[in-house]
Write a protein that binds this ligand. Structure first.
Ligand SMILES: *Cc1c(COP(=O)(O)O)cnc(C)c1O
Length: 401
């Protein structure tokens, strides 16, 4: 693996006929430092967004000590890569054997749950052979909250309804050393108000259950920048969350946590693809729906693009992409703006694929392989380069007091 200046330098050096994932370690490190320094609490990296071992190391080196893992495979992988990291098993539905292995073998003490059944499972799986119940568990009850301000809903599958939360919080308090409440407002939350509203529900849950709460975990959802999706600056999110959390009736020693996946990884990767055929406004490229462009195909998500050779000063036109597999669904509608004269053989860089892009690649149809190179230029968009100042939302926060 070499360090290149940018995507064009990679194309000049390699003329790649396979897709090339580009790593930008300095962008990921900058994002991590931003959360570590500016979020008013602890930041857990949500590993599923991008489990690349190189990225995990970059985040660790930049000060991220806690990792949100969702499967036993992620537990094992992160434990092997980062022996000293704190792992938090935040999937609310886990196999018994996964809980037992995570607790006994990998030192996991933080688990989330959203039902009495899962609580019983966690207690059983962490009780030792002599029948001694674990006394060092941090258990976070996942509350269902609205996803209405997010581009990607996470409201349907997990989380206990506020109306049913009190008995579960009380039962969890009985067995937990630390009791937490967590939620997820949905991915790519476009306004800080999503968190303010969710924290209002947390307040109601605490009041209803009359329990002492030690951890408030506001989950993921922190946005990145994509064409047509320009969120307010992250400082606005942190400020709103801080104010809303400060006013909750929690124990004086309680901690505030967050679980960014997208925001810590989106800027880490872009992708070089080659145009293999042009048919009018459709470009047949060598990566697609079963590769790193899953969200572009299945959610109609638009990613920033640029042509890497020639024609860069041409007028642009809107294009759609077909991926390399034989499946009609391997189609990314876009629109993607590229030079009007783009043709077979040309290369394109597709940006902001570090979150749920590089991690989604499959081997379907024999594709999904390719190169990985490191580049030193800026990502195509950044929440962290110091140029984002947009006070739109900061004056617009609903006070909780
Ligand atoms: C996916 C997930 C995250 C990360 O969400 P982003 O929107 O990528 O920040 C955090 N926590 C949990 C429990 C998740 O499932």
């Amino acid at each position: 693996m070499h360090n290149h200046l940018d995507a064009s330098a990679v194309v000049r050096a390699l003329s790649p006929d396979e897709p090339v994932i580009l790593n930008r370690p300095q962008a990921a490190a900058r994002a991590a430092r931003f959360f570590v320094e500016k979020f008013p609490g602890k930041s857990l990296y949500a590993v599923k967004a991008n489990p690349s071992p190189d990225l995990l190391q970059v985040l660790w080196d930049a000060g991220v000590t806690h990792y949100d893992v969702a499967s036993i495979a992620e537990v094992r992988q992160v434990r092997a890569a980062l022996p000293e990291a704190t792992l938090c098993f935040m999937h609310p539905v886990k196999p018994m054997a996964a809980i037992a292995e995570a607790y006994a073998v990998h030192g996991v003490r933080v688990f989330s749950l959203d039902s009495q059944d899962e609580l019983d499972k966690i207690v059983a799986a962490t009780t030792d052979d002599a029948g001694k119940v674990a006394e060092d568990l941090s258990l976070c009850v996942r509350l269902r909250v609205s996803s209405e301000y997010s581009e990607l809903s996470l409201a349907a599958k997990f989380g206990i309804d506020l109306a049913d939360a009190a008995p579960l919080l009380q039962a969890t308090r009985q067995v937990a050393d630390c009791l937490g409440i967590c939620f997820h407002v949905g991915s790519q939350a476009m306004t800080p108000f999503a968190y303010v509203q969710a924290l209002e529900r947390v307040r109601a849950a605490i009041v209803d259950a009359s329990v002492v709460v030690d951890i408030i975990d506001v989950g993921g959802g922190f946005p990145s920048i994509y064409p047509g999706m320009e969120p307010p600056p992250l400082q606005d999110y942190f400020g709103s969350i801080h104010r809303a959390a400060e006013s909750l009736p929690v124990s004086y020693s309680s901690e505030l946590w967050c679980e960014p996946g997208r925001a810590l990884s989106a800027e880490y990767n872009s992708l070089i693809v080659q145009v293999e055929k042009r048919r009018g406004k459709e470009l047949y490229i060598n990566d697609g729906a079963y590769g790193a462009l899953y969200d572009a195909a299945h959610l109609g998500w638009r990613f920033p693009v640029r042509a890497l050779n020639g024609g860069r000063n041409d007028a642009t036109e809107d294009f759609s992409f077909y991926g390399p597999t034989c499946d009609d669904a391997d189609f990314m509608e876009g629109p993607f703006q590229l030079p009007a004269g783009i043709k077979a053989g040309d290369y394109i860089e597709i940006g902001m694929l570090g979150a749920y892009g590089a991690a989604m690649r499959t081997r379907f149809n024999g594709f999904g392989t390719g190169l990985v190179e490191t580049v030193m230029d800026e990502p195509m968009a950044s929440q962290y380069c110091g140029t984002r100042r947009d006070p739109r939302v900061s004056d617009n926060v609903v006070s909780l007091r």
